[in-house]
Design a protein around this ligand. Sequence first.
Ligand SMILES: [Zn+2]
Length: 128
Amino acid sequence: MHAMLEYLAPMYDPTRPHFLLGVGEPVDLRFAIEHGIDMLDCVLPTRNGRHGTAWITGDKAIHLTNTKYANDPGPLDKACDCTTCAQGYSRGFLRHGFKVGEPLVGSLVSIHNLRYLNRICEEYKLGI
Ligand SMILES: [Zn+2]
């Protein structure tokens, strides 16, 4: 995908928007934006969220079902302003929810992941 984006980018009509479907990993999203893509869509932020994987600062992924988060009182990402992090849902609470099959936690992590990708787009929009 990266090689194809590099090949195609010089041929894009700058007066038209460019859409790329199925790109959801933060590193790929950044690459796509840097190669002329204006719009993206992917199931990954919500699929990952439903299964307990959250993206955190540095484009890293954490897997909340890991035992090491059982007693973690911290938010998913201290740098995040999503409602899940801002309202104080801890990694330990979210992990417990996944372990007992509580569907709410999948939604909470999905909200966080969507906001994570949205923040990346905002960084590019603001030229950060
Ligand atoms: Zn968050």
